[in-house]
Design a protein around this ligand. Structure first.
Ligand SMILES: C[S@@+](CC[C@H](N)C(=O)[O-])C[C@H]1O[C@@H](n2cnc3c(N)ncnc32)[C@H](O)[C@@H]1O
Length: 198
């Protein structure tokens, strides 16, 4: 799977067609931001608002891809960003975008399995994860989220829970019990309707 993600990120970085398609789909995104997920500006504003981070605080982008979503939030909030992704190509792209946005001093990107980052525990004020959890062994992933966060830290994420025929062995139908088992309090959760509904 790691090699597949590398190929995906190499293709995204090289493809003007991908960027054009992404911006046609989400025209409110700034031109430099082309994530590996369908996301629009209001989604990112929501991630930023719900993480409640500001200057002198640090958030983790768990499965950051090319880092652009987290960098946009870092730029807007003044917070520092640590991006983690298993794909070398993604992290190389993230470092390039950080340099172009003049955010290198406030951002750090590492190649690692997000379930075992090797980062010191209890340092992050918040954590975001955008369309990543379904690719990971869920308990190990959530345990690492808990370890990275300060005791009152906030995790905000979007993942897939429900497909008629799950295509990923790691996907679970309901992540909430796993978060509760790791001592998270679920403040808000929202289910989008299955796009293949009747
Ligand atoms: C759908 S993409 C989303 C990327 C990014 N969050 C975004 O919105 O652009 C899924 C990402 O998860 C990363 N990923 C998958 N499994 C991972 C793991 N075990 N540890 C870290 N990253 C992982 C992939 O490399 C890929 O960048």
């Amino acid at each position: 799977m790691d090699a597949q993600f590398d190929r995906l990120h190499e293709a995204i970085s090289a493809s003007q067609a991908y960027c054009a398609a992404m911006h046609a789909c989400s025209p409110t995104l700034p031109p430099w931001l082309h994530p590996a997920s369908v996301v629009d500006r209001s989604d990112l504003e929501r991630f930023a608002a719900e993480m409640h981070v500001g200057a002198d605080e640090t958030f983790v982008d768990f499965g950051c891809g090319n880092g652009a979503a987290g960098l946009w939030i870092a730029e807007r909030t003044g917070a520092s960003l640590i991006g983690v992704d298993v794909s070398r190509a993604a992290i190389a792209a993230a470092k390039t975008i950080a340099r172009r946005r003049r955010l290198s001093s406030r951002s750090r990107f590492i190649v690692a399995d997000a379930a075992a980052t090797g980062l010191p525990g209890g340092n992050a004020d918040a954590l975001m994860s955008l369309d990543v959890l379904m690719f990971m062994e869920p308990r190990a992933a959530v345990r690492e989220m808990r370890r990275l966060l300060k005791p009152q830290g906030i995790a905000v994420m979007r993942t897939v829970e429900s497909l008629a025929e799950p295509f990923l062995p790691t996907l679970v139908r309901d992540y909430r019990p796993i978060f509760r088992d790791e001592q998270f309090t679920i403040v808000h959760d929202e289910h989008l309707p299955d796009h293949r509904g009747p």
